[in-house]
Write a protein that binds this ligand. Sequence first.
Ligand SMILES: Cc1cc2nc3c(=O)[nH]c(=O)nc-3n(C[C@H](O)[C@H](O)[C@H](O)COP(=O)(O)OP(=O)(O)OC[C@H]3O[C@@H](n4cnc5c(N)ncnc54)[C@H](O)[C@@H]3O)c2cc1C
Length: 471
Amino acid sequence: MTSPVIHWFRRDLRLGDNRALQAASESGASVIPVFIFDPALLHGSNASPPRTQFLLNALVSLDVSLRKQGSRLLIRQGNPLVVLPELVAETGALGLYFNRDYTPYALKRDQAITTQLSIPVHTYDDALLLAPGEVLKSDGKPFVVFTPFKKCWLSLPKPAMVSAPRPDSFARISDFPALADTAIPSLVDLRFAPTINVPDASESEAARRLDDFIIGRGKAYATRRNDLASDMSDDTCPGTSFLSPYLRFGMLSPRRAYWAAREAYQATGDHTEHESLETWVSELVWREFYMHILYHFPHVLKRNFRENYGHVEWRRAPDELQAWKDGQTGYPIVDAAMRQLQAMGWMPNRARMVVASFLCKDLLIHWREGERHFMNWLIDGDPAANNGGWQWTAGTGTDAQPYFRIFNPVSQSKKFDPDGVYIRRWIPELRDVPTRFIHAPWEMSTPPADYPAPIVEHDFARQRTLAAFKY
Ligand SMILES: Cc1cc2nc3c(=O)[nH]c(=O)nc-3n(C[C@H](O)[C@H](O)[C@H](O)COP(=O)(O)OP(=O)(O)OC[C@H]3O[C@@H](n4cnc5c(N)ncnc54)[C@H](O)[C@@H]3O)c2cc1C
């Protein structure tokens, strides 16, 4: 038996179009596929039972795919700096392969591993179409504003997809008697309480969703993406693609998403479809932009991107924060979205902007409280995109909305859920409220007794925030 190499799966839980995995398989050695549960990530401040359940489902499906190829996914728990040298010793591996991750924690960890291991470590850019450092201003500095970043990003050549590893690439784990046999743990094994149901998490499900989106809802994306109530027959089918959890864990590669959109664009001459596909690619670029921002400006995880709002005195209001988390603010659009989050571990982008604005601007509570709550619940929770979204809404981020543009929750509700379909879906107490009152039930002569009155008056809150942000 020849010595193997190790492919360390992290946020690339797929066999197809996986750069490090493909390189490992082309090394000529058999590939041992490994996933490591790192307690520092699992139980840190971003700990999330729903996201961990989604991850576990993804690992089960990855394991099924590997078993079809005569191998299986090796699971370990512990600090990778300890686990990986042990694995190298147990298997006699000649090399370690993995795809790069650009968060500050991952960069530090990966640097330490590369230095510490006695075998060659091969790393690849895979999580983005264009890695940090590949999209820079003419002076070599990183972009801090989205529109020029996007212009530059669009002008650069995009990498092609890579082929899946040959079926005989993977090692038979039984060939390594020194390896302890470990099953994929359950959520309870990982010391979490049981959580909500999460969607199917597999490479094939991601591909199905991408294909369905491109030939279906994607065609009207430019006009429908903010429509909160579109296709409510299926919770996971809003006007958008619902691909964020799959991109988050790499069941879908960004290259596949991009090239699917490009091909669909070339296959049609329809102006609306062109516009929709362009808008959707723009969203993929936002994903790349925020990862670049986090890479170049890691301080954003700790404080404002812009230093000029350091004077804002955020309020400590634990009861109001809790009401926001529980979907009990008395503003139906905010409460519907917050309850959707607790039911699904997900909400559409428009809803995220509305609830984030409500927390930061109507309650004047620090964006970091919201950022953490989202990380604790979102199945797509991603430090870069989440931080970018929160800082954008708070007005402290890169090209944030100006601080004086404050979302009015009632106007947002009327505009993006005109008939109250979304509200009624998530707030049973308001199901029988007539549409003319659904966005502001406090205006009824007898509002539903089991739904709270607004915890803050919007016009008062707006003035309070304008005063707090003023220099
Ligand atoms: C306060 C706030 C917090 C957010 N937190 C996250 C997060 O933790 N994880 C996350 O993936 N996205 C986050 N977003 C961005 C966005 O809301 C989600 O990516 C989007 O709602 C996912 O739905 P979709 O897959 O149907 O998106 P689509 O509209 O179909 O977009 C396609 C893909 O583009 C990417 N994308 C879309 N919009 C954005 C955006 N504004 N920023 C970055 N990437 C984007 C996502 O990967 C998404 O799957 C956040 C936005 C806000 C305002």
